[in-house]
Design a protein around this ligand. Structure first.
Ligand code: FE
Length: 446
């Protein structure tokens, strides 16, 4: 089973990454920052977790307000470093852990935390500022994998402090019920007191930061009851991101042992680091069995539905590149390029030979089995002039006519819009070519 080896709290200011990249260790102005992180790195080197569960917020780098969510769990295979304006920092990408993330997702959603999920998005200083200090790395990569949890703390309403704490409690159940042996360290990032906007920019409150650290350790319940306005008054509006720390605190028991705590205020933000180990025991065998059953319950038995491929996180991660490629067909320029020279686009998207072959042959059932979601198939159909009914028939291994007989009305349709022009299979179309035989989609195009 997976186990939580402990929790790390760390601020995630850009200054930390700046100090690291420019090797300011011997500059007296920056020394306290390195001193705050050194014991945490040493603890990680001793405890050697396999995975860091990283609670952070993106700073409108990879997440924008076209779709802003409260809790977004990173399920991807690999995490690149984001470009925040002046080029990405010179750090290697870090591996993810999709299988573990998928289990956490099932368990948390079963506990009624309806998360959003992301992959293919770069992580900004919210992750890489502390990570570069916390873990040794070289061009080959990092000695640890990461599962990031992005908390939307920038556009109000944001989750309450208590909601974050409760998510942490559910997270603990999720981690401990993962059947693989995995050593997990929790990393909570953000804050402490700061405000970076408006006439109040530069606000800090060192006394509150120290009190916050005391309450965090000994009386998190009191923090859970605070409103965002109360947190902002004491710690600045952006300082209210410390609610993210409560995810980690909720995942530890009431009894924690603090191994380290440091605080420094070099510029705009109170930088704190701390390490906590949990004094609670392990869950019993029967509790673990119950938690696993709970996490997997919703799709239990679905495997008996032959010819069905529920679109799970595992499928989504495995076929991400191909789904993303086909999703690009919603863009007119990509559609035109696809029709003119698909091979060039395959190359640009670095599709594997298997993926190219599935698309070339319009192997509809093969695409589904590979992990492509049906709604990409209907987009591809719309672009190449194939109706939805052709696709349904081909997936079932039937002729269009055979499949049509199973319907109450023999109608044809697709999601093609005004750009598609006349559709060869549309018998209602007035044009002469409307009566042409529908394309045989069960065989490769000649
Ligand atoms: Fe932040």
């Amino acid at each position: 089973m997976a186990s939580i080896v402990g929790g790390i709290a760390a601020s995630h200011t850009p200054t930390i990454g700046f100090a690291f990249d420019r090797d300011k260790r011997n500059d007296p102005a920056w020394t306290p920052v390195f001193a705050a992180f050194d014991p945490v790195r040493e603890w990680l080197e001793q405890r050697r977790p396999d995975v860091l569960f990283f609670v952070y917020n993106d700073h409108v780098t990879s997440f924008f307000f076209d779709h802003y969510s409260a809790f977004a769990l990173g399920t991807g295979e690999r995490w690149e470093v984001a470009d925040e304006g002046g080029g990405a920092r010179d750090l290697p990408a870090v591996e993810g852990d999709p299988a573990f993330a998928a289990h956490l997702a099932r368990s948390l959603v079963a506990d009624e935390f309806d998360l959003s999920f992301f992959q293919g998005r770069a992580l900004d200083h919210g992750v890489f500022s502390p990570l570069s200090m916390l873990s040794r790395h070289d061009a080959a990569g990092w000695p640890v994998r990461i599962v990031p949890l992005q908390v939307g703390v920038l556009q109000f309403p944001i989750p309450t402090a208590r909601r974050c704490y409760r998510l942490g409690q559910a997270l603990r159940r999720a981690i401990e019920s993962y059947p693989e042996d995995l050593r997990v360290a929790l990393v909570a990032t953000g804050g402490l007191s700061h405000q970076v906007h408006g006439e109040r920019a530069g606000f800090n409150n060192t006394a509150w930061d120290e009190r916050f650290l005391d309450l965090y350790e000994n009386d998190p319940e009191r923090l859970c009851g605070m409103t965002h306005a109360e947190l902002a008054e004491l710690g600045g509006v952006e300082g209210a991101e410390v609610i993210m720390w409560l995810v980690m605190r909720g995942a530890l028991s009431a009894n924690v042992r603090r191994l380290h705590r440091a605080y420094t205020l070099p510029s705009m933000t109170g930088i704190a680091t701390a390490i906590y180990e949990d004094l609670a025991g392990e869950p019993s065998v029967s509790e673990l069995a119950r938690l696993r059953e709970h996490a997997d319950r919703q799709l239990q038995g679905v495997e008996r539905l032959s010819g069905s491929y529920p679109f799970t996180i595992e499928r989504s991660v495995a076929a991400y590149r191909l789904n993303k490629f086909l999703h690009s067909l919603v863009e007119p320029d990509f559609r035109a390029a696809f029709l003119a020279d698909p091979e060039a686009l395959f190359e640009r998207a670095r599709l594997s030979e298997v993926e190219r072959d599935l698309v070339r042959r319009r192997d509809w059932i093969g695409l589904i089995r590979y992990g492509v979601i049906f709604f990409m198939l209907e987009k591809l159909g719309a672009v190449i002039g194939v109706s939805n009914l052709h696709i349904y028939a081909a997936m079932r291994g039937q002729s269009l006519e055979e499949f049509q007989k199973t319907r109450n009305a023999q109608v044809m349709y697709s999601v093609a819009g005004k750009d598609a022009g006349r559709l060869a299979w549309d018998r209602e179309a007035p044009a002469a070519d409307a009566a042409a035989a529908p394309p045989d989609v069960s065989r490769p195009p000649s």
